[in-house]
Design a protein around this ligand. Structure first.
Ligand code: SAM
Length: 258
């Protein structure tokens, strides 16, 4: 029986075999890699991934799709985790000394919170390859001083090296989404490159700064950052949130000494 795509689960199934091949080649998994696919759906990426790895984990929320997957694949090749990827403990999948390779044509309605959720497991991850709404990829890879540069850019660029791999048009999916898509690779940075003394402090500071992105930082961060700290670090207090670099935010957060 044909599966009817569910909008609430962001179901746009990949049908372009050329793009599928490009994604799997970009991942280039070794047979014994610990690969996790988020949202396998009807198996567009699952099938070719299973040709290249001995075993695959998938996390899928739609129970009808889970039932189909259970019929199609044997449990010794595919472990199905039925549930919400936003609540899923990805860290538990990595064995001792093992690092995960996470892949997915993500449901666009939850992609931003999911990227933040996955950040919590970055130290257990080798790399991640995702299909996302192009607009999200523009924000992920945005440079300071541009309108796309925001909280997502700062917090993800702080944690990962991010590469925009390819653009994907709507007709590569069924049903076709209303937006363009793109594939990105995110590789967690080395611990030695993570210079924030307190990541929670950095995260709170960045959230506060971008809460009113049109305003001057001296106003948005009033009571959080003293004017004297801006001056000491050579950061203009009249700048707007999008004008600071990732490193500026790290320096500001470290100067707060919370
Ligand atoms: N990988 C398939 C493909 O490329 O054709 C399907 C991609 S479709 C854009 C997104 C998939 O994620 C669907 O299978 C959907 O049911 C699943 N999904 C949606 N929300 C989810 C969630 N919160 N947790 C886990 N899976 C989810």
């Amino acid at each position: 029986m044909k599966h009817i795509a569910r909008k609430r689960f962001g179901q746009n199934f990949l049908i372009d075999t050329g793009i599928v091949g490009d994604i799997v080649n970009a991942v280039a998994p070794a047979r014994t890699d610990c690969v996790v696919e988020i949202g396998p759906g009807l198996g567009a990426l699952t099938d070719p991934l299973l040709k290249r790895v001995d075993h695959l984990h998938v996390v899928e929320i739609d129970r009808d799709i889970v039932a189909r997957l259970r019929q199609r694949y044997s449990p010794d090749r595919l472990t199905i985790h039925e549930g919400d990827a936003l609540m899923f403990d990805f860290g538990a999948l990595a064995g001792i000394g093992e690092r995960l390779r996470i892949v997915g044509n993500l449901p666009y309605n939850i992609s931003t919170p999911l990227l933040f959720h996955l950040r919590d497991f970055a130290d257990r991850v080798f790399d991640m390859h995702f299909m996302l709404q192009k607009e999200v990829v523009e924000r992920l890879t945005a440079e300071p001083g541009t309108g796309d540069f925001g909280r997502l850019s700062v917090m993800l660029q702080y944690r990962y090296v991010i590469d925009w791999l390819l653009d994907v048009p709507p007709e590569s999916f069924d049903p076709a989404p209303k937006v363009d898509s793109a594939v990105v690779r995110l590789i967690p940075k080395l611990a030695s490159d993570l210079t924030a003394k307190d990541e929670k402090c950095l995260s709170d500071l960045v959230a506060a700064a971008f809460s009113q992105r049109r305003k001057m930082l001296r106003n948005t961060l009033k009571g959080v950052v003293d004017e004297e700290i801006f001056v000491r670090l050579g950061i203009t207090p009249t700048a707007r949130a999008e004008e600071l670099s990732v490193d500026d935010y790290v320096r500001l957060s470290n100067a707060l000494g919370r």
